[in-house]
Design a protein around this ligand. Structure first.
Ligand code: TXA
Ligand code: MG
Length: 317
């Protein structure tokens, strides 16, 4: 069983021995291993039960270290300087140092520098970058606490570094470059508005398992075990509503029992809602209802990332 602790040196030693370790980041917890060691990276895929066609993000201590794994265009450099350390992953031409297993054979690699003091201290202490997907079984909700990691992967890990609850709460925004265009493959912790303020128009090319540029963006990702629906609440009779759970933005709704309603942010704050989202999705499974009604939040700022995850979570219903 995994130990949860705050010993950066212990995490460092395990990673140097080729083990996989749970680590905190500002977005969600990651399952990290030496990005330059294919055997260590293979453990990540095995522990997560992740298909090998789904590439991993390489986490770096600094822009300087990023230059050892990828080639930066002027726009990419500009974005790295504006948003790193932070929740932005850049998909760039990979350098030969990066094993094919990390990138699933693609010629590109996803790179980011996380804005979390413990993750950065660990990365700075190591002579290699860390490949890390979110530390959840493939297809399930990402973890935002060390305990979430322990709950699902605790029997397959020896150590989880505890850096407190993730401050952002949704995964990084993934951006790539196609010709002269900047393209968003996954909406996340850096908003579209923030990106456009920095570099002008960006194109959204989200979803679909059919998108070869973001192979992990399966529609039913993020599904809790409990079924979720985005159908209008009015399509349920009051008697039916009485049987539902709800995941709502700021206030209770309809005739759904109050104790079955999880509120993301009573103040209507999108950053707070993002921070609470994945814990809330996990809490749905404890409500003991067979269907959870949910609503979208305003489609702006972090709201885009929240809505993306809600749509995917509801898709399997
Ligand atoms: O916030 C995050 O990004 C978290 C923390 C731990 O950093 N990580 C994360 O990793 O969400 P993961 O593996 O759960 O999601 C990474 C996504 C996958 O959908 C994968 O397909 C995409 O990034 N990706 C990675 N490398 C890529 C590449 N070279 N081209 C296109 N998509 C890539
Ligand atoms: Mg993931």
């Amino acid at each position: 069983m995994a130990i949860i602790g705050t010993d950066i040196n212990k995490a460092k030693t395990l990673l140097q021995q080729g083990e996989a370790v749970g680590i905190p980041t500002e977005t969600v917890y990651g399952l990290a291993a030496n990005a330059f060691d294919p055997l260590a990276v293979a453990k990540i895929f095995a522990i997560k039960n992740r298909p090998v066609f789904d590439p991993l993000i390489v986490h770096v201590a600094s822009y300087r270290q990023a230059l050892t794994v990828a080639d930066f265009s002027p726009v990419a450099q500009r974005l790295a300087h504006a948003f790193w350390p932070g929740p932005l992953t850049l998909v760039l031409p990979k350098k030969a140092m990066v094993p094919d297993l990390v990138t699933s054979g693609l010629t590109t690699v996803g790179v980011r520098s996380p804005r979390h003091p413990m993750a950065l201290a660990l990365l700075q202490a190591l002579p290699f970058p860390l490949a890390a997907p979110s530390a959840n079984p493939f297809g399930y909700v990402s973890p935002t606490t060390a305990q979430h990691v322990h709950d699902q992967l605790g029997d397959k890990l020896s150590y989880i570094l505890d850096g407190g609850p993730s401050a952002v709460g949704v995964e990084s925004t993934i951006v790539g470059f196609e010709g002269a265009e900047t393209v968003i493959y996954r909406v996340g912790g850096v908003s579209v508005e923030e990106l456009e303020q920095e570099i002008g128009h960006v194109r959204l090319a989200l979803h679909a398992s059919s998108n070869p540029r973001a192979p992990g963006q399966l529609l039913s990702h993020y599904a809790p075990r409990t079924r979720m629906t985005l159908q209008p609440l009015a399509s349920f009779t009051p008697e039916q509503q009485n049987q539902l759970g709800a995941l709502v933005f700021r206030q209770p709704v309809g005739s759904i029992p109050r104790t079955n309603q999880i509120i993301l942010s009573p103040a209507g704050d999108l950053a707070e809602a993002a921070r609470n989202l994945f814990s809330a999705l996990r809490a749905l499974d404890a409500l003991n209802v067979s269907l959870v009604w949910t609503e979208l939040v305003p489609e702006e700022g972090l709201g885009r990332a929240i809505n993306d995850r809600l749509r995917r979570a509801a898709h399997s219903a």
